[in-house]
Ligand binder design. Sequence first.
Ligand code: PEP
Length: 248
Amino acid sequence: MAGKLIAGNWKMNGSVTFATELVEGLLGKLNEGSVSSDFVVCPPAALLGTVLSLTKDTDLAVGGQDCHANVSGAHTGDTSAELLKDIGCGYVITGHSERRTDHGETNVDVNAKSAAAIKAGLTPIICIGETEEERVSGGTLNVIKLQVTESLPDDCDPDNIVLAYEPVWAIGTGKTATPEDVADVHNFIRSLLNDRFGEDAAKKIRILYGGSVKPENAAELLAVSNVDGALVGGASLKVEDFWAIGVR
Ligand code: PEP
């Protein structure tokens, strides 16, 4: 496995001016010298063209925030994985908790979207994570097991998927899981992947942590066992913060 993967989820934020400034800022940092982390930005669909034209032939990867499970058809407002690939994306986030909540996406939907992404040649960043209620009731590992089992496509290639553990209660709230809690869940996810793919293949899969990651807590979280990177929302909207998460 290469270095840490630091993925920025801009959510429904930004403008052409904002995207241009943010991407130019990150490219400026990347041009200063080689870094051990890999960076990917996931802007809203309407800004992908702007971002992709700026990042062409650079080391800054680009991803969508969602894709449809079908290649094409009567799905107004949706974007296919094929199209994301065609315009130059390398990644797509699938199953983010905000999509699970806002759009009622189930593990079955996430599985189909992730399969479409893989078929198109994209790397899906497959999001899983428990709600506060599930954590308080002691159900975290059961939820995670079900999400891993059901959200990962049958024939998925361990070389070409990323998982993101994002406790729902930590997303955009300023609350972060403790390093101990993160270790418990990430080690558990790794053991599920070992069972499914075998240890050699499973170790290629990067497991990101997401949930209020910022420069102040990144070092501690990224040092936790089986944490191979971060999925960052709010702090990915500022060049200095996003950069500082991956480069310390
Ligand atoms: C996210 O959007 O996936 C996320 C983790 O957001 P934040 O970093 O703002 O909690």
